[in-house]
Design a protein around this ligand. Sequence first.
Ligand SMILES: [Zn+2]
Ligand SMILES: [Zn+2]
Length: 252
Amino acid sequence: MLEICAIASGSNGNCYYIGNEKDAVLIDAGISKRQILVRMNEKKLDQAKIKAIFISHEHSDHMTGARVMGKHLNIPIYVTAKTYYGAYKNMRPDYPKFFVPGDKITVGEFQIHSFLKNHDASEPCSFRVEYGNKNIGVFTDIGEPCENVKSHLRACDGLFLETNYDEKMLQEGKYPWYLKQRIASTNGHLSNKQAFELLANHAGENLQLVFLSHLSKENNTPEIAYNEIKPLESKFKIILTSRYSAGEIYQL
Ligand SMILES: [Zn+2]
Ligand SMILES: [Zn+2]
């Protein structure tokens, strides 16, 4: 049995839990150790199960708690060398385990597939976690879906997918021009519309759960993101995530 939960999701911090009866991994640790543990306790998720943390890229909303969490639990933090050296020193884990994008890493009975994606970081990666015949993707911070994203998506039963911004809200919003350009660029973030098109054209037959993830506070609302993806709800369940608290635990 697989349990999955968004501990934190939003442009201010990301942390995703994927576990079974014995072991668990976290994808990203972009909020403080304290907050991760408080939120896990609230959901009765056992911190002792966490055997590794995988870091997607060095932006603080993915890495802020990594060093302290690794030290606290005495577990490896998987990170690419470029991501490690691209990060602020105070976020760099004491004992990093370096991987190369494309590597498949075994943790307990989980296989974690890593792959490169388009985003404005040193070496941005996403992950697909395989357990038995189930696959969970964590695909956030994607300027434009590349072939890697599309092919790993086809294997997913569950998916944390970025729906970062509503295109109209971004264009009409108060962000400065350069920042709007950055977010909308092919190395920025995935809009609600891009997420819809990706799912409509490339989701596999097995996809059951889609968590709308990494929403911008300024340029999106949960309702707008949900309504954009809603035409696909006969194919899979659409679940909202929160920046303020851990979401419900789903089993697959
Ligand atoms: Zn980022
Ligand atoms: Zn991010």
